[in-house]
Write a protein that binds this ligand. Sequence first.
Ligand code: ZN
Length: 97
Amino acid sequence: MKRTLPCRDCRRPILWTITEAGRRLAVDPDPDPAGNAACWRDGTGAWRSRRPSADLPLCGWERLHMPHIATCPDRIEQLALPIGVASLDARRRKKRP
Ligand SMILES: [Zn+2]
């Protein structure tokens, strides 16, 4: 079982992972092949995540998850997305008709 916590913004369940840089990254708990976070559980039961690359593609024990910041309905409204996921709506809003 995955231990999830409700998102502070939208209250949906999210899975907290630790990135290779030691940062916390919230991802959606269900694997998503369109996601860009490769997640696995380490020996201590902690969820880890990393960005797959050409040198280190997805391993057999990893699953792709979508970072929650890319799907959180509240965050998408508030923040510029820092993970390379372009928000088309935000871009359209900036353009003048
Ligand atoms: Zn959320």
